[in-house]
Design a protein around this ligand. Sequence first.
Ligand code: HEM
Length: 461
Amino acid sequence: MPMNIYTDGFFSIDPTHGFLPIQEPLLHLPERYQPLQDLIDEMPIQKADGQAGLLACENHFEEAARKLPNYKDQIEKEKDPFVWAALFRTYSFISSAYTLAPAHHRYLRTGKYGTANGVLPKNIAQPFVKIAEKLDVFPWLDYHYAYSLGNYSKRDKQAGLEWTNLAMAAKFSGMDDERGFIMLHVDINQYSPDLVKAVFAIAQAETPPTELTDALSLMRDSLHKMNGRRKLMWEASRWKHYNDFRVFIMGIKGNTDIFPDGLRYEGVWDEPKAYRGQTGAQDNIIPTADIASGVIHYYPNNQLTQYLMDLRQYRPKCVQAFFNELAEKMQKNPLVQQLEKSENYKGMQALMRVYEEIYRFRNGHWQFVQKYIMQNTVYPKATGGTPITSWIPNQIKAVLKAMKVLSLALEKDPQWDSVNWQETYERKVSLLNKQLALVAVEAFDPQAVFELNKIHGEQDF
Ligand code: HEM
């Protein structure tokens, strides 16, 4: 049975669109929301015209936001998913800016995040919750509709999705490092249609061996291209400038120093709520690759894996449905078993190359975490609320385990160079173990992790 295509009118998870919206998101809200559009345009620390915006001065943004009309009833009437997404994006940005502006200003003064505003005023909370209900998501800044995939605008409409050609519709800092950081996520996703095409073919039960091998090669090629783009992070967004905008993407859940009592949505609920923050961990590329390739079966059984599963709920419903069906199909017909049954060694080698790309992604990504976060801050929680030092290596281990199991099946392949493979595998294991030893020390030096990757030839740039 082929995979179903899931869509909400904004995203459609299929081989044409991959994980990107079916067309470019709206850059501006419809005119009936002009005061809202004006507020979001005036908001960034640095506005489009280079002048200081409302977030540049303490309290200025909060004062302006409290004066907004309440658009709850107008939003009730909206029918277009693209307008819904643009409204959700606007209210997400406004709500994060409103609550987190005090933490930002305290950080500038003292180098430590202060506490956030714990009450979202009614004129923001009510329309925000209304639009979140329409999209069936939590009322907090997310990765799909708000911060990343639903937030790009091509500068030259005829050119491609390279980050250099992408502007952000809504922004916090308004500076180029923020744009490069999040627009590179969109750029990487330009290759997601091929990834989806490949997993659609892999998930079809009884795909003939040659087609399965071709699908795995396509999966590897798309991941390889994504890795090539991912590495551009180092130039798209300078690591020393990550803190200029990071505080605004913090979540409520897990970040109790910033939100000690959760967040109260005035005029909506009496009790406070706590939602997770926007994070690249809400992106779909790696989870899709993990589910289809079987890496997911090697995830450790711990709190951090639970967090990844919890994040499934922070995705559009159509993405959740896609993951569920993919997982179900792969469960019924596990990939390695399929390959073994048909003695498809070419397919196994192609799968090993897929694992290699997932490993590269995670090991390079681990270096991002060291530089952009650990080197910049003493605050040990990520925007999604995870204890970051111990996070990513767990998932690197899962890839290494999957590789090991597959290598045993490949032993029967006369073409397989097991000596050479074992050597590079041992290097990866040793690199990981040394990194884990380094970060186990309370006051570790992130630069040392970086140097280690350099020595092992795995430096990300
Ligand atoms: C400077 C760049 C980046 C930094 C500093 C960063 C930081 C982090 C952190 C701290 C986590 C831990 C979870 C949490 O948020 O609480 C995480 C997880 C994750 N991030 Fe990123 N990230 C970056 C770029 C990216 C990109 C470009 C992607 C993909 C498009 C991505 C995809 C993921 C995924 C899939 C996870 C879940 C962990 C895993 O499955 O291995 N990240 N990231």
